[in-house]
Design a protein around this ligand. Structure first.
Ligand code: SF4
Ligand code: SF4
Length: 82
C-alpha cells in the first residue's frame, strides 16, 4: 500500500469523539490508518489552498500563487477535527 499524508485516522470520516474508531470500536491514534479509511467529506469535496496543510508553509509547492480557491497536485489535508 502506498503511503499518503491524508490517509490517517485524523482525516477519516469514521473517527468519532474521544479518538474512538466507529468501525473498529477501539481508540486510535492520529497517525494510524487502515483499509477502512474514508476521507472526511469536507476534505474530499472541496480541496483547495484554503484547507491545505501546506498553505503558507515552506512545504507549499506554489508559494507565489497559492490562494484560497486554488488547488495543485500537492494539496494535503489539515489536521482538522471538524
Ligand atoms: S476506519 Fe481506519 S482510518 Fe478510519 S478511524 Fe478507524 S482505524 Fe482510523
Ligand atoms: S499551492 Fe498546492 S501545496 Fe500550496 S497551498 Fe495550494 S494546494 Fe497546497
Amino acid at each position: 500500500m502506498s503511503i499518503r499524508i491524508g490517509n490517517s485516522c485524523i482525516n477519516c470520516e469514521n473517527l468519532s469523539t474521544n479518538k474512538l474508531c466507529k468501525v473498529h470500536g477501539v481508540k486510535v491514534a492520529t497517525n494510524y490508518t487502515c483499509d477502512s479509511f474514508n476521507m472526511k467529506a469536507a476534505l474530499k469535496n472541496d480541496p483547495n489552498c484554503g484547507n491545505c496543510a501546506r498553505y503558507e508553509t515552506t512545504t507549499c509547492a506554489n508559494p507565489q500563487k497559492a490562494t484560497p480557491g486554488m488547488l495543485c497536485s500537492h494539496w494535503a489535508p489539515q489536521n482538522a477535527q471538524a
